[in-house]
Write a protein that binds this ligand. Structure first.
Ligand code: AMP
Length: 224
């Protein structure tokens, strides 16, 4: 099973993707996590992508396609792609890589949410740099303010989770990623290739969104 998850920052892609990947035994490939790992290892590539990320801009397509192709080809068949593709060019590159190996996508999950919900979620988000656990200062605070419940580490805010960067990231979503949704809609209607489009409302509480997605993927899996 190969699934792509698309949505603006803060719509809940990461939270849902982790759970679904566990439940359906898929590799969770988060392009943002892969880039953050690259930058924290201090490679030349990592330093280059850091500039784009901190400015709330998308990393250029050629870099992104290379990074993801490397990761995609180095593992099994069951994959949940979270945050990639984010441009039509990336979606086309993904399609042709999959076609070359006789594969295709089974589903595209689209999670959207209102701008005020997104800005509130992202600017309040805090992350444990040691174990990756995610908190929110109001909606999901740790027991001791600023400290991870799981490992006691000091929580941090992502450099691109400031209000200014979020606005730029939303703009990039509107201009470059929203067309990817159209691309998949027309390819699911066009040639009857079995691509399923699953749309959920990311304004709802994460547990409700999770239940809907679980039911959708269970039905997809039983139809395979
Ligand atoms: P995320 O963790 O998914 O919000 O991604 C964080 C940042 O990584 C984005 O704001 C971009 O700068 C970069 N990024 C992640 N995925 C992509 C992608 N598919 N194409 C271009 N840039 C990306």
């Amino acid at each position: 099973m190969k699934v792509v998850m698309i949505g603006p920052p803060g719509a809940g892609k990461g939270t849902q993707a982790k759970k679904l990947a566990d439940r359906f035994d898929m590799r969770h490939l988060s392009s943002g996590d892969i880039l953050r790992a690259e930058r924290s290892s201090g490679t030349a590539l990592g330093n280059k992508v850091a500039e784009y990320m901190d400015a709330g801009k998308l990393v250029p397509d050629d870099i992104m396609v290379d990074v993801m192709a490397k990761t995609l080809t180095s593992g099994g068949d069951r994959v949940l792609l979270d945050g990639f593709p984010r441009t039509v060019l990336q979606a086309e590159a993904l399609d042709s890589r999959l076609q070359e190996s006789g594969q295709s996508l089974d589903a595209v999950i689209i999670i959207d949410a209102a701008q005020d919900v997104i800005v509130d979620r992202i600017t309040g988000r805090r992350i444990c740099p040691a174990c990756g656990k995610v908190y929110h200062v109001k909606n999901m605070p740790p027991e001791k303010p600023g400290i991870c419940d799981a490992c006691g580490e000091k929580l941090v805010q992502r450099q691109d989770d400031t209000e200014e960067a979020v606005k730029k990231r939303l703009e990039a979503y509107k201009n470059l990623t929203a067309p990817v949704v159209k691309y998949y809609r027309s390819s699911s209607e066009g040639d009857n290739n079995g691509l399923r489009i699953i749309e959920v409302d990311g304004n709802k509480p994460p547990e409700d969104v999770g239940r809907e997605l679980l039911a959708e993927l269970e039905s997809l899996e039983s139809s395979e």
